[in-house]
Design a protein around this ligand. Structure first.
Ligand code: ISL
Length: 576
């Protein structure tokens, strides 16, 4: 339904810039970023050259999960502004030829959504079946939550945020399902009325002229009949193998496509939990569900520990290139990749995959080179273009994120974290709040983000790392990103070219070729602070070439053996 992988489309040629509005720019001094704040920065986005903005949720919400708990799908939260402000944003983006993609969060709503308020009133409510309610069950084992008569939750599924995926509700004496926070009850997609409401809501936003949707955890909306217990201990969360890519998922997404998306030139990107390449093709392939592309997280799991995400393991360059290469190959003929190394749920990429100390600038540029020269649509998360880093948490009081707080509490209860320092180490490495500290516009006390106390602390490195300084410095990460954007516009081979991994076994260097007919590019990335030699494979050695971009002073008129400098990135275009 999306056409072959080599077919041209605007969303393949675009660079998407992700805005987390709460942390982007505050226009009214309440410490919370807002939509007029984004409008003030439209020229900034235009100068960077990006093509699409993906805006995280701005809808009315009690903010148990920063807007991913939506109380009214057809509104703009007062703290972010008004619908008029939003209209102004859309018009301002379109004037600059930038498209707008909105976040679609339809696995769950807020418990303060009027549907849920109604649903919890009584078992006879017209809205009861909008959500997933069940009676508790008798069990003889100890531990875990209990209803008033000692009954256990309906099954053993766990929430992504730690603890059981069910909460008991006194009013009707039943439990409701929430795969995320207890304030995020899961919608019942089995109910056609729910689906109809969602499709109408999507049409309403499309009618306003938006250019697509980023679909939150969209591959978990179909739950199996009988809601069986989870059995796979290795699952991302207990029960996941039951509800990830559930039995009716493709039926629902095709219905959504036929009903809402067919015939519209929009971009859709599905955020997919625990996705394999084969499954991805079923969503985004030619015979798939009509979705443009999907986010997968395989490469962002390489540093998980034996206990999963809230445990730390080691990743290697070979694993990283192996995992990403697997996806590059898997969607080469059918489907399309989205390329991302960080977002609002992940630590900052330069702290995780680069070096946020001595080689911060070089490694941030190298990672940007990677995301802009792989085959797929690059996603830039706000501040990445400045090389923003993780935050040096000194106390859990600085943490705002429900996921961090609940998972740290669970890990303490399980005895996996014993000391305060262990907890802080993990938070500094893993917390979603690393990405959510305010965008650093200037060196001022509040980084030019707000005039008042920000909702989350500003990174103390704002004096060194900020947009004002980066724009005044030709050698900054920001200017390098601008050039990457231009390169992708100028050279089709970087967008549509085939990807071929070179030197697969190399421990430090990631090299690959991009090929499209006669056009060839060669990307060489030194993933570390060593000085390895790059010996070009025979087919490239000595070939005439132009060095399109490099994060060091360099000149070359041919591809030749070279000793790479720490975190050096080179992109050649073969001219012979
Ligand atoms: O946060 C995670 C990894 O750090 C994931 O487990 C994340 O919860 C998952 O990828 C789903 O994320 C999306 O849905 C959540 C919301 O909290 C996230 O911000 C959103 O991106 C629930 O709506």
């Amino acid at each position: 339904m999306t056409g072959p992988s080599s077919e041209r489309s605007w969303w393949k040629e675009s660079i998407v810039y992700q805005i987390y509005p709460r942390s982007f720019n505050d226009s009214d001094g309440d410490g919370i970023g807002d939509i007029p704040g984004i409008v003030e920065k439209l020229d900034y986005l235009d100068e960077l050259g990006i093509d699409v903005v993906w805006l995280n949720p701005v809808y009315e919400s009690p903010n148990a999960d920063n807007g991913y708990d939506i109380a009214d799908y057809r509104s703009v939260a007062a703290e972010f502004g008004t619908m008029d402000d939003w209209e102004e944003l859309l018009a301002g983006l379109h004037e600059r030829d930038i498209k707008l993609v909105m976040d679609l969060v339809v696995n769950h709503t807020s418990d303060e959504h009027e549907w849920f308020r109604e649903s919890r009133q009584s078992t006879d409510s017209d809205y009861r079946d909008y959500y997933i309610w069940r009676e508790g069950r008798e069990v003889d084992c100890d531990g875990g939550p209990r209803g008033p008569d000692g009954e256990a939750p309906p099954n053993n599924w766990e929430s992504f945020f730690g603890g059981p995926a069910w909460s008991y509700d006194e009013a009707t004496g039943e439990w409701y399902l929430h795969i995320f926070d207890e304030k995020q009850p899961d919608l019942n997609w089995e109910n056609p009325a729910v689906r109809e409401e969602i499709y109408e809501m999507m049409e309403w936003w499309l009618g306003k002229g938006i250019d697509g949707f980023r679909m939150d955890v969209i591959n978990i909306i179909s739950k199996p009949e009988g809601l069986p217990d989870g059995e796979d201990d290795g699952a991302v969360v207990r029960g996941a193998e039951q509800f990830v890519n559930g039995p009716r998922i493709h039926e629902f997404l095709r219905e959504m496509y036929d009903r809402v998306l067919a015939g519209r030139d929009v971009m859709t990107v599905g955020e997919m939990v625990d996705l394999s390449v084969e499954e991805a093709r079923e969503y985004v392939g030619e015979d798939g569900d009509g979705m443009s592309m999907a986010f997968n997280f395989d490469h962002l799991r390489l540093d998980f520990g034996p206990h999963g995400r809230w445990d730390r393991g080691e990743w290697t360059v070979r694993e990283l290139k192996g995992t990403i290469t697997h996806w590059q190959r898997g969607l080469a003929e059918d489907g399309w990749n989205s390329v991302h190394l960080n977002n609002h749920d992940q630590p900052r990429m330069v702290s995780r995959f680069g070096d946020d100390g001595e080689y911060r600038r070089e490694s941030a540029k190298l990672l940007g080179t990677l995301t802009h020269t792989l085959r797929g649509t690059p996603y830039v998360y706000q501040g990445e273009e400045l090389g923003m880093t993780n935050y040096p948490f000194e106390s859990l009081d600085e943490v705002r994120d429900v996921d961090t707080l609940q998972n740290v509490a669970t890990a303490k209860l399980d005895g996996r974290i014993e000391t305060r320092e262990e907890a802080l180490d993990l938070v500094r490495y893993r917390s979603r709040d690393n990405a959510r500290t305010p965008m650093q516009w200037s060196s001022g006390e509040r980084a030019g983000f707000t005039d008042d106390e920000p909702w989350i602390p500003v990174n103390p490195n704002r004096g060194r790392i900020n947009a004002e300084r980066a724009r005044a410095d030709e050698d900054s990460v920001w200017h390098y990103y601008r050039r990457l954007v231009e390169l992708r516009e100028e050279h089709d081979v970087l967008v549509y070219g085939d990807y071929d991994l070179l030197l697969a076994e190399h421990e430090e260097v990631w090299a690959y070729a991009r090929t499209r007919g006669d056009e060839r590019a060669l990307v060489v990335l030194n993933f570390g602070d060593g000085r390895p030699r790059f010996d070009p494979p025979a087919e490239f050695d000595g070939e005439d070439a132009e060095l399109l971009i490099c994060n060091y002073e360099a000149a070359a008129s041919a591809v030749e053996p070279v000793e790479l400098r720490p975190w050096e990135a080179r992109v050649y275009r073969l001219t012979g």
